[in-house]
Design a protein around this ligand. Sequence first.
Ligand code: EPU
Length: 425
Amino acid sequence: MDMFRIEGPVRLTGAVTVNSSKNAALPIMAAAVLSPGKSVLKGAPRLSDISVFSQLLSDIGCKVTTQADGNITIDSTTISEPVGEYDILRKMRAGICILGPLLVRCGKARVSMPGGCAIGYRPVDIHLRGLRDLGAQIHLENGYIVADATRGLRGNEIFLGGPYGSTVLGTANVMMAATLAKGTTVIESAACEPEVTDLANCLNKMGAKITGIGSPRLIIEGVKQLQPFEYEVIPDRIEAGTFMAAAAITRGCLHIQNCRLGDLMAVVDKLRSIGVTVEAENGGCIVACSGRINPTDIITQPYPGFPTDLQAQFMALLALAEGNSIIIEKIFPDRFMHIAELARMAADLRKEGSTVIVSGVKKLIAAPVMASDLRASAALVLAGMAADGTTFIKRVYHIDRGYERIEERLNPVGAKITRENDSTV
Ligand code: EPU
């Protein structure tokens, strides 16, 4: 297992380029199943989640090839087995978005329930409700979702809201199935995240008829068939937001290239309010922070609110603010595994339910810490770059799920991160 050795404190300066979005790429890879033939995902990020999803597609009979330039070709001419195995789903929850495409392509599907997750309980009841509303028969059997649509799917009016607002992958699943259902589907309380918009744009490129894209009301007119796609996904807004927080926490100045500021308005607004400058620049932005960081309050919400996927990184940043901040997690109420690790680095944090009070400290102090999930590990990298001394982060395979070789991208702008073999595991 790999670990990171991070020397701090450092000041990041220079240019860093954002990769294409993992969370946009995964459902679009699933969309390749909707149309027999060769689809091409252009410039996919080299991440372990993308490899695991490629494995899932290979398991069902697709031929998946990755070129050196990052393009992934998915030949879905034959689907031999419409099954998503537990072994894949337990590693990567996003595998659930194969359910809708398999069901509508093959008339049946058997996909494992995802299982436990470090960021808390993540049910899929709304996915199933939406697919049932389209006419699928669904039951659970030995930990698997067994779905049948041999009599065809029919358009319907479907409400996809849940206790925490909309659902990103639930919207993706139902929207993909509805593209080939008979008649018109209206999804109310659809997720509006840019990744859902990107999927809808890709589906339309394949011949789907989706309107209301980017709004909570999607209207999908079913079509008889779709064409394979060639598609390049949007830049990763969460990676961009992580780099923004990296510039701020190291009191540095980063030119973040390939970043759509319009997807990050809530984050940019928060950064400006705490004293960080963010200027648009040529398809990206320049983020700089030289003085004090002011405290603030952050409430995570569905898009266009502040993203839960940046909550941990901003907790690390606010740990060094001059005053007390409040962070309220409204999407995943238990997404706080990073608290104990940040506290080991002398952050002053108090958790009450899904609220955390962050009392700013003058400095963070390096420590050995443990990565627990993708975004929590990103927060530890940020903290390590700002802390005095040498931080060791164990289990960095978590970060490799969502950030391509982060050390090779941050070291050229001033980070001192080395990947080492962790012989203690
Ligand atoms: N929910 C339900 N029932 C459902 C589905 C969701 O109650 O059937 C709840 C969830 O438990 C959660 C809320 O609804 O409280 C929102 O969950 P959502 O379904 O939107 O999450 P997701 O689609 O499983 C995606 C991203 C996550 C990101 C969330 C929220 C992908 C592959 N994953 O997950 O990304 O945090 O949306 O924006 O797109 C990450 O990249 O680190 C990550 C976890």
